[in-house]
Design a protein around this ligand. Structure first.
Ligand code: THU
Length: 157
């Protein structure tokens, strides 16, 4: 038997095509990116997470001289949300990347490790996590974390 997987998502040219809360999340992610600690890659990433209670949590990438010890912006934000609000689902996340003080033209897509973490958070919360991937010339809005990680690993007990 052959099977195929397909994902659908929305793509926009401009920020004003998004909803008010989506614009707020993108702006919070841009602000967060500016204070990333990225002296090794000079790649500044910001993430803004919306919780089910309306709270917004932000994070940015935190690098380290022992390179693998660093952490991506998405995981900084998701893990902080989990530590402070363990029972509240995440409903949306906006992600932005900056280089030399400018936002990238193309949207930044989360790395494989962050996709895994987002998928587990989505399963835990029982509600889809919308992902707003922001670039100056293109914005992609993906409906749920599992859309970017089909056939995810789940620990079956
Ligand atoms: N990075 C993120 O924070 N999020 C992503 O989605 C991609 C990569 C960080 C990790 C590292 O600090 C730098 O960007 C370069 O890879």
């Amino acid at each position: 038997m052959k099977r195929a997987l397909q994902i659908r998502f929305n793509e926009y040219d401009r920020l004003d095509e998004l909803s008010e809360i989506q614009v707020t999340l993108v702006n919070r992610a841009i602000e967060a990116a500016k204070s990333a600690y990225a002296p090794y890659s000079n790649y500044y990433v910001g993430a803004a997470v919306l919780l089910g209670n309306g709270e917004i949590i932000t994070g940015n990438n935190q690098e380290n001289a022992a390179y693998p010890s660093g952490l991506c912006a998405e995981r900084v934000a998701i893990f902080y949300a989990g530590s402070q609000y363990p029972d509240i689902p995440v409903t949306s996340i906006a992600i932005v990347a900056m280089q030399e003080g400018s936002i990238q033209d193309d949207p930044v897509t989360p790395c494989g490790g962050c996709r895994q973490v987002l998928c587990e958070k989505e399963a835990q919360g029982g509600t889809p996590i919308e992902m707003i991937l922001y670039g100056n010339k293109k914005i992609q809005v993906i409906q749920r974390a599992t859309d970017l990680l089909p056939l995810p690993f789940i620990l079956r007990k």
